[in-house]
Design a protein around this ligand. Sequence first.
Ligand code: CDM
Ligand code: ATP
Length: 285
Amino acid sequence: MTTLSLPAPAKLNLCLHITGRRPDGYHELQTAFQFLDYSDWLHFEWSHHGSDTMSPGLPGVPDEDNLILRAARLLRHEVRQPLPGVHIVLDKQLPMGGGIGGGSSDAATTLVALNHLWKLGLNGNRLAELGLQLGADVPVFVRGFAAWAEGVGERLQPIQPPEDWFVVLHPDCEISTARIFTDPGLTRNSTPIRIAPAFEGDVTGLRNDCEETVRNLYPEVGDSLDWLSQFGPARLTGTGACIFGRFPTESRAREIWACRPSGINGFVAKGVNRSPLHTELTERT
Ligand SMILES: C[C@](O)(CO)[C@H](O)COP(=O)(O)OP(=O)(O)OC[C@H]1O[C@@H](n2ccc(N)nc2=O)[C@H](O)[C@@H]1O
Ligand SMILES: Nc1ncnc2c1ncn2[C@@H]1O[C@H](COP(=O)(O)OP(=O)(O)OP(=O)(O)O)[C@@H](O)[C@H]1O
């Protein structure tokens, strides 16, 4: 029987500047994160086996590499005490390799949910530190507030961008984050910008430094960006493949979604500054 069901929402990088590369190969970024009210769902139930399991599996991802089970293992390693086994059912909605952070969000939801179910009492800072070991995008999902991020994405400052509606298009390709970050032509020397103390997340005039590389490697992403740009500024999220356009009303976003080029996937969703994970957890507990 399901004990707890929680969402793992998507994120958008409203902008993404790459300001340097660390000796370990990771890139220093400046990015504005906002969540979308569009999520995977994870259902947690106690297991009779005493070990942690999940279903269904993800195509091409062995269970032991799945960020959900890796998050559970990391927590067990952190507290080193006997804990009951958990079975996690994943209702996958977010496209993989889409730049909307599905795997990282699944990991964050697992950390937050198991910390709660196992009554571990780890605070948000510790959970975010653990999350960073799983991926650069995990901390923002653990903390759950829209954020201006620096470092590799772990130094977070709350922002309040408008909670507009987004058309998210997913051109028919899966992009490996590592592939883009290792591309010799990637811009890695953007001048760091200083945000004003009153910065709320207005990214007008800012950009995604991965866009040129992604356009070169995946012309279908460029085609989608060009199509969506007819209606307003369109941008890549993360390293792609998803792109987005922002609209002030749901009806306008749905109007544009309805006339998208045939065969292109995606969705319409509202931007939210508090993660649906945290909203749901507060309501459920
Ligand atoms: C592009 C973003 O989505 C923006 O939010 C993130 O920076 C990517 O975060 P993520 O998917 O959690 O990335 P990770 O799983 O930590 O790293 C995947 C690969 O991307 C590269 N990587 C990632 C993040 C970063 N700041 N610099 C990097 O160079 C590394 O080669 C790494 O092997
Ligand atoms: N639970 C999971 N959900 C999705 N992908 C996972 C999961 N666990 C491991 N992965 C691996 O992580 C890779 C990246 O998946 P994800 O969907 O997070 O990409 P993304 O949206 O581009 O991420 P980001 O924006 O954080 O770079 C997948 O191709 C897959 O190999």
